[in-house]
Design a binder for this molecule. Structure first.
Ligand SMILES: Cc1cc2nc3c(=O)[nH]c(=O)nc-3n(C[C@H](O)[C@H](O)[C@H](O)COP(=O)(O)OP(=O)(O)OC[C@H]3O[C@@H](n4cnc5c(N)ncnc54)[C@H](O)[C@@H]3O)c2cc1C
Length: 451
């Protein structure tokens, strides 16, 4: 039995490790076109923040360790050019030796991930303009900061990576400006949450322009210049964090079905429409338990879990991925921001009849040191009272509180169910009524007001 995995990051290495564990005698080969495998991309901002840390600290297990201690044949700088599903073979470019070869497989896992969108504007390839997707990108940004000492950064795109990097570059002493095409930062969040984040950015002297279109980048005698439809901003370093798209070219040309979001369609066993070919991670869709349909929410947490399921099934198992509810969190300066479930955009595009309520409450017991205010938005279905989503922002224990809502969404609970949860209380951790319970109560009352 030979299992071949394409892609060696979160989904790919989880799949390979699981396949090998299930079937120790099977041959497991990982083909990765980059130089590194098994690294935590999510840790890159925090690594870049710390000049003392080596970027390679993010590598969890090296290819040599995989080979020698786990018996997994990891081949870096090996790029898969095509999949010939009918012949059960793939064409591989060995960039080290400089030749191509055909590799046979019994089961194949596609874990090709996603790539950062590079907007088609003039000057986007100039030196000093960066994307942040893989370890090589992180390495390049870190070296550029260490070697050239940039003073001014422009970040194009105010999603969660843009926000994390505004924080990081500010901590590294750069003057940061953020340019966002949408009318607010964090387009996936409610305006009330985005407004609190905007205040936090301003408090740290980060300049923000929203509703602005970037037209091009130029090099001048004084560095780089970003031209927008409103004017221009000078920079020494530009980070483009304008979203990602799934790497599906291989799967598509092999004939695998893609879903409506453009990622590879998979069943709960991570099987694709092609026999003995699985897909996992940022190249694939995931079943969204709130919407009861596939969605594309590319995150490391899902990539690891889907990879594990794909690897187990490639090795003859029968594992199923339970699906997602769309949970994500991040930090920006002194704020934690997190969301789970669906937000206003998905609610309207799926024609759901829902209410949303905003509540504000302390994070800890009355007057307890370190207590901060948490702002919560809850979405609930009007007729059934079912919880549909929650978003939270605050200085203290927000991300883990959103996980309570995530659990409730997984179990399809109503806001009344959430309101009656038995959550822990002690002044260092929570007020008597946790902000989660308060938010659920406000939603339940708003719903009953409608009847
Ligand atoms: C800055 C940053 C911060 C993040 N923070 C978080 C976070 O806090 N929480 C969270 O859950 N997620 C976070 N993520 C997202 C997370 O990193 C990704 O979801 C995760 O890396 C996806 O893993 P993957 O294995 O599916 O794909 P990828 O990480 O994209 O890996 C795919 C690999 O496949 C290789 N490949 C592609 N095509 C080929 C080919 N033809 N031949 C050979 N190899 C190929 C690529 O080179 C790549 O190495 C963050 C991402 C970034 C960039």
């Amino acid at each position: 039995m030979r299992n071949v995995v394409i892609g060696g990051v979160a989904a790919g290495m989880s799949a390979a490790s699981q396949a090998k564990r299930r079937m120790p005698n099977a041959e497991v080969i990982v083909l990765e076109r980059g130089d590194h495998v098994s690294y935590g991309a999510c840790g890159m901002p925090y690594n870049i923040e710390d000049p003392q840390r080596d970027i390679l600290d993010l590598v969890v297990i090296t290819p040599a360790e995989f080979r020698h201690t786990r018996g997994i044949d990891v081949r870096t700088r090996h790029e898969v050019l095509s999949i010939r599903a009918a012949q059960r073979e793939i064409e591989v470019r060995d960039h080290v030796a400089g030749h191509n070869y055909l590799q046979g497989y019994d089961r194949l896992v596609i874990a090709t991930g996603a790539e950062a969108v590079r907007p088609p504007i003039p000057g986007i390839d100039l030196p000093g303009v960066f994307l942040l997707r893989d370890l090589a990108d992180g390495d390049a940004i870190k070296r550029f900061i260490d070697e050239t000492g940039p003073q001014r950064a422009v970040i194009i795109g105010a999603g969660y990576i843009g926000m994390e990097m505004a924080d990081v570059l500010n901590r590294r002493g750069l003057a940061v400006s953020v340019l966002e095409r949408a009318q607010q930062v964090l387009p996936g969040f409610e305006p009330v949450i985005a407004g609190i984040v905007l205040d936090e950015l301003h408090r740290h002297d980060v300049k923000v322009e929203t509703g602005v279109a970037v037209l091009g980048v130029e090099r001048t005698g004084q560095g780089l210049l970003v031209r927008t439809d409103r004017g221009e901003t000078a920079a020494d370093l530009i980070l483009v964090s304008a979203g990602i798209r799934p790497n599906v070219a291989l799967a598509r040309s092999a004939g695998a079905r893609l879903g409506e979001h453009g990622a590879i369609a998979v069943d709960t066993r991570q099987g694709t429409s092609l026999a003995d070919i699985y897909a996992a991670g940022d190249c694939a869709e995931a079943f969204h338990r709130v919407l009861s349909k596939p969605a594309y929410v590319p995150l490391g947490t899902t990539a690891n879990k889907q990879g594990r399921v794909a690897g187990a099934n490639a090795a003859g198992g029968d594992e199923h991925f339970a699906g997602i509810v769309g949970t994500a969190g991040f930090r920006v300066f002194d704020l934690e921001v997190a969301r789970t479930g669906v937000g206003a955009a998905e609610i309207s595009s799926h024609g759901l009849d829902a209410i949303s309520v905003v509540s504000r409450h302390a994070s800890r017991g009355h007057h307890f040191p370190g207590s901060g205010r948490i702002t919560t938005v809850v979405f609930a279905e009007r007729d059934s009272g079912r919880l549909l989503g929650a978003q939270m922002v605050g200085a203290d224990t927000v991300a883990k509180r959103v996980d309570i809502f995530a659990t409730a969404l997984h179990a399809r609970m109503s806001v009344a169910d959430v309101e009656s949860l038995d959550l822990s209380y002690a002044p260092p951790f929570a007020p008597v009524y946790d902000p989660v319970l308060i938010a659920a109560r406000v939603a339940r009352k708003a719903l009953s007001g409608h009847h």
